[in-house]
Design a protein around this ligand. Structure first.
Ligand code: PPS
Length: 568
């Protein structure tokens, strides 16, 4: 049941004294180190943002959510909030037991009293919650490749909230927001959910929404986890702060929501509405393609752009929040004004810049017109997104042993160093295995660990404006994708498949390893007794048979040029 906006929302924290005692006692419990997503979920569970949930979902609640968006007590709830753990950890825990939940530094945040333990059918979860079992969907990819295999459920006893060192004054719990609205006498508040910087269209839309609902406005951006590749929240918050001046004084409040989004479209929109209701909000804006994950693996949108509005409309009364629906806002040149796309005067010139186009302009250092955004926002974005030719990037070679990866990578490094401008690091397979992964073998688990280490180092190099050239075998698609995601948070990722055939690699057998592998003297040898999953859509595929190394490296240089990453 939803809690009236004037009353406090129940939290799951115990008193300070009990928390101190529990913390002490919890030292002896089995403990689980929360992932970043679980830490976000736990914070909202404990502070009432996820009311009426009282802990991580039980199997019955989870089943209900999948089947008909309802918890077992009948309350509406569209998204699973589950504690996924590794199988090895799950084996040490039985229902009836308490476990300590710790943050990344090992601080105990809560106790979970485990009532349920089960292995979910992830394919079914993907289909029912996200509409498709397609790993192009970030939450489905997370489900299959990041989330643990076993779920634990049960009530939470909250000890302390996760600590945030950034933008402390801009973070509010549901009760803090409720109290703030009460104090200012804001009886109607319309909330705007966002994971992007605000440009003029958003400012216009939110301003209109507040006017329409005769309400105050809450800009309520998500700063927990959003879609991989989004503008980081530090930059976004500085942008939001810059836009606040554009609203009439004392009408608008900015508050940061530490939610881990799933990009679940319509179901996610309903979830967002429930979360906003818990924060004491009366009206909620749902625009075009709310929480949309982009295109599926066939290049089509996962959800109809207005499906989220339909689903929220259906459930708004039950949730206790009113939806303010909006069509996309576009700029009409003749009127020098923004209009909803369905209200554009006839025969007028409509201007719009898509997210992709904006990123292109930032990347290439091109003009971003005043009608589109605010100068302060553009300046902030330019500060964190310098033109591509000044950003760091990663070139990731993959291919069979002896395919020529290292040789081409070396040639490429020399060419890039000749050009100068950015520090360049070569993370060659053999070299990494000597220095970074010397204890690892060639099982799937060890290979994945090796590649993730390389990915981590490459992402740090990329983040700091350098060039990382990696040249491992990296036989698994999912692991290569994980590396891509790590790097793409900070810069471009160029996957190069060195497509030398197995026959040719074996014929060359430069290290004599294929012979040993055929004789069974080396086990788990890629291509012989271990798999190699060929990249389906690498940025570049190079053939090495009858092509010299210099030419192969040059193909990479041309590709980098065409991507705007280097200027010859
Ligand atoms: S992986 O799968 O990406 O972790 O492999 P990588 O770190 O690139 O290491 C591959 C190099 O190790 C040598 N080697 C083997 N390769 C494949 N399978 C098995 N079992 C194996 N044992 C040793 C081999 O020399 C690889 O070097 P390259 O440069 O690829 O020829």
């Amino acid at each position: 049941m939803s809690i009236p906006n004037h009353a406090p929302i129940p939290e799951l924290y115990v008193s300070y004294e009990s928390a101190q005692k529990l913390k002490h006692e919890a030292g002896g419990l089995p403990s689980w180190d929360l992932t970043p997503r679980q830490t976000c979920d736990l914070e909202l569970l404990m502070n009432g943002g996820f009311h009426p949930l009282k802990g991580f979902m039980t199997e019955a609640d989870y089943d209900g959510v999948l089947e008909n968006m309802r918890l077992s007590d009948g309350s509406i709830w569209p998204i699973p909030v589950t504690l996924d753990v590794a199988e090895a950890f799950a084996e040490t825990v039985e229902p009836g037991q308490d476990i300590a939940l710790r943050d990344a530094e090992g601080v105990i945040l809560a106790i979970l009293s485990v009532t349920d333990k089960w292995s979910p059918d992830k394919n079914a979860e993907a289909k029912k919650v996200f509409g498709a079992d397609d790993i192009a969907h970030p939450a489905v990819n997370y489900l299959h490749h990041t989330a643990g295999k076993v779920y634990l459920g049960g009530p939470i006893t909250g000890i302390q909230p996760p600590v945030h060192y950034d933008f402390k004054a801009r973070r509010d719990t549901p009760n803090e927001l409720r109290a703030y609205f009460r104090k200012l006498g804001w009886r109607k508040v319309v909330a705007f959910q966002t994971r992007n910087p605000l440009h003029r269209a958003h400012q216009e839309l939110t301003f209109r929404a507040a006017k329409e609902a005769q309400a105050n406005l809450l800009i309520h951006p998500v700063v927990g986890m959003t879609k991989p590749g989004d503008v980081d929240h530090f930059t976004r918050v500085r942008c939001y702060e810059a836009v606040l001046d554009q609203y009439p004084a004392s009408t608008t409040h900015l508050s940061l929501l530490n939610l881990a989004m799933r990009m679940g479209g319509p179901r996610e929109a309903v979830w967002h509405a429930i979360i906003r209701k818990n924060h004491g909000i009366t009206h909620f804006i749902v625009g075009r393609d709310h929480a949309g994950p982009g295109k599926n693996s066939e290049g089509k949108d996962f959800y109809d752009p207005y499906a989220a509005q339909d689903l929220v409309a259906k459930h708004q009364a039950e949730i206790g929040i009113e939806m303010v629906d909006f069509k996309q806002m576009v700029y009409v040149q003749e009127k020098a004004q923004y209009f909803p796309v369905d209200e554009v005067p006839e025969k007028s010139t409509v201007l719009d810049i898509s997210g992709t186009e904006l990123r292109r302009r930032l990347r290439e250092g091109l003009e971003i017109p005043d009608w589109f955004s605010f100068p302060e926002v553009v300046q902030e974005l330019r500060r964190t997104s310098p033109p591509r030719a000044k950003q760091g990037f990663t070139v990731f070679f993959t291919g069979l042993s002896g395919s020529g990866k290292s040789t081409i990578a070396n040639a490429l490094m020399v060419k890039l160093m000749e050009m100068g401008g950015r520090p360049t690091t070569l993370l060659d397979g053999d070299v990494v295995r000597k220095h970074l992964s010397s204890e690892l073998g060639f099982s799937k688990e060890h290979r994945d660990l090796n590649i993730k280490r390389i990915g981590y180092v490459a992402s740090e190099i990329t983040k700091n404006g350098g060039i990382a050239i990696c040249a491992p075998i990296a036989p698994y698609t999912a692991t290569r994708r994980a590396v891509r995601e790590m790097v793409e948070q900070y810069g471009a990722f160029l996957e190069v498949h060195v497509a030398t055939s197995l026959e040719e690699c074996e014929r060359r057998d430069r290290k004599g390893l294929y012979k040993l592998a055929r004789e069974g003297k080396i086990k788990e040898f890629t291509g012989i007794s271990d798999p190699y999953e060929e990249p389906q859509n690498p940025e570049l595929r190079v053939e090495t048979e009858n092509v010299d190394v210099d030419n192969c490296a040059h193909q990479v240089i041309l590709k980098l040029e065409s991507m705007g990453l280097i200027r010859a």
